[in-house]
Design a protein around this ligand. Structure first.
Ligand code: UN1
Length: 507
């Protein structure tokens, strides 16, 4: 472990704020936090958090750096991000291992997360040459009308523990090619991966002398988080976390007319229709529900199965679940690591109890796995449920899967949409009619709708995010870049007259 930490520049005690350059670390002064590995419940290293005063200094440097960064041609900003991608390639192995150590996801997923950052860097290099605006035909003679996109300024990025580094890359790399500067506040569960990322990119920042473009502030939500959200210099707040967090942040940012990009809770379902390929469906459900120990916002939480195949699916799933090895996520044979902390275990156990009180039947799992070396391990759990149970409308950030049954495709879609969240959804079917119904305007109401693919594991090329209580934001691919920019409509008169629009005369 010591070698791993050393290779990423993590000390026993670390400062919690930087403006990005290798000498940009600030001697922070707030309380120390300990990063605990969920693998064994033991501390990895400590971080001295930032005070509001530290935040202020970082914000000042960031605002100053914006003046220069915004004037660098976008393709050159793309070159900077390209070199960051190269650094991430070099450090994929140790950074992936640190993600596993600090957050608990299995090692294959740790590497997958860093790969997502690398993919995002590649995407952003291309995007840096494609910040396109439209040209319109002016209704006035010898006039030209077009739109252009300018950077916003300072972007606050608040990330969650479950994707401690990838979510930063979706936001920061894209925001940066658009000409913005970023201030990252990571989850207090995962400060070390954030420090590691900053150390990995620091040589690029030094090379291009762009101190202040990629900043980090590790601090409490109460002090630093609150200050960030209220700060009028923070043009966009991009926050990933619970719906409860979004409810607190959203109105505060809106009140000051700031922009927000919210990625909140999901309650994702897979519909398995009577004609589905059952083998594919069971594999996808298992990965969706058990992967990352059910701690993705895209995790599969409900399956809605046609009555005629419910027993078969249930039996096959239970068989698949019983083969899942739970334990130290650093070992290759392990498919499910721990939950993030004791609290998460208690929340899961409480949800199982509530579900049972509401009438749900426990079909598999349901218990804590007695501490493998002190970590926070649980059994993946399957419960039979009915649509009227309130618990199935909640996102419990744990591997609990509720099985519901349906008769008609309309009923299945209604069940799937009948929750407050709207992130990801999928259908397993071989029927063109079922598929198209699911994808139509009267189909899934989610931001992501998949066919014969599970709910999690989206590629970065698409816009990622969801509707309703998921918050409505979109990150990563497609035209998600536009949220990080302001649109300007420009009309140029190159005639010798001053014709007014709508034919108005004013002489
Ligand atoms: C999250 O859980 O916050 O689609 C993001 C997925 C990943 C991202 C999940 N690419 O599962």
């Amino acid at each position: 472990m010591q070698n791993l930490l050393e290779s990423l520049g993590i000390q026993e005690i670390n400062y919690g704020a930087t403006t990005g350059a290798s000498n940009g670390w600030r001697k922070t002064e707030a309380d120390q936090i300990e990063s605990i590995s969920p693998i064994d419940g033991k501390p990895i290293a400590r971080v001295i958090q930032a005070t509001v005063h530290d935040y202020e200094a970082i914000m000042q440097q960031a605002s100053e750096s914006f003046e220069k960064w915004r004037m660098m041609p976008a393709p050159q900003r793309g070159q900077v991000v390209r070199e960051m991608g190269e650094q991430l390639r070099k450090y994929k192995e140790p950074l992936g291992r640190l993600v596993t150590l600090e957050m608990g996801k299995i090692i294959a997923e740790g590497f997958g997360e860093v790969q997502e950052m690398i993919d995002m860097a590649d995407f952003c290099v291309g995007q840096s040459r494609q910040l396109y605006g439209l040209t319109m035909s002016s209704e006035r003679p010898e006039h030209r009308m077009y739109e252009q996109w300018h950077p916003l300024g300072q972007i606050g990025i608040i990330t969650a523990f479950n994707f401690p580094v990838a979510v930063w890359s979706w936001n920061a790399l894209l925001a940066a090619v658009c000409g913005n500067v970023c201030i990252w506040k990571p989850s207090s569960h995962t400060p070390l991966t954030a420090i590691a990322v900053q150390n990995i990119i620091a040589p690029v920042i030094d090379r291009y002398q762009i101190n202040g473009v990629f900043n980090l502030v590790i601090g409490s939500s109460k002090d630093v988080g609150n200050t960030m959200v209220n700060d009028p210099r923070m043009h966009l707040i991009s926050a990933t976390g619970s719906t409860a967090m979004g409810r607190r942040i959203g109105p505060v940012v809106a009140e000051r007319f700031g922009k927000s990009l919210l990625e909140l809770g999901g309650n994702n379902a897979i519909i398995v229709s009577e004609d589905a390929n059952i083998d594919l469906a069971v594999r996808a459900i298992t990965f969706g529900a058990v992967g990352t120990a059910g701690q993705r916002c895209t995790s599969t939480r409900r399956i809605i199965v046609h009555r005629s195949i419910k027993q078969k699916i249930t039996d096959t799933l239970i068989k698949a679940y019983s083969q899942i090895q739970i334990g130290d996520p650093r070992e290759n044979r392990i498919l499910m690591g721990p939950l993030v902390d004791e609290n998460a275990v208690n929340t899961m156990m409480a949800a199982i109890q509530t579900a049972q009180e509401q009438g749900a039947r426990l079909l598999y799992g349901g218990h804590r796995v007695q501490p493998i070396s002190g970590g926070f391990y649980v059994e993946p759990t399957i419960m039979e449920a009915q649509c009227q149970y309130e618990i199935i409308k909640e996102e419990t950030f744990a591997p609990i899967l509720y099985i519901l049954e349906y008769e008609t495709i309309q009923e299945a879609i209604q069940l799937q949409n009948n929750v407050p969240q709207g992130l990801s959804s999928s259908i397993f079917t071989e029927s063109m009619r079922n598929m198209e119904t699911f994808l139509s305007a009267r189909g899934s109401d989610c931001g992501i709708a998949n066919v014969n693919i599970g709910t999690s594991g989206a590629e970065i090329g698409g816009a990622f995010g969801g509707e309703k209580e998921t918050g409505g934001g979109r990150e990563a691919g497609s035209d998600a870049w536009k949220i990080y920019m302001r649109r300007q409509t420009c009309t140029i008169n190159w005639s010798k007259n001053l014709p007014l629009a709508q034919g108005i005369t004013f002489d």
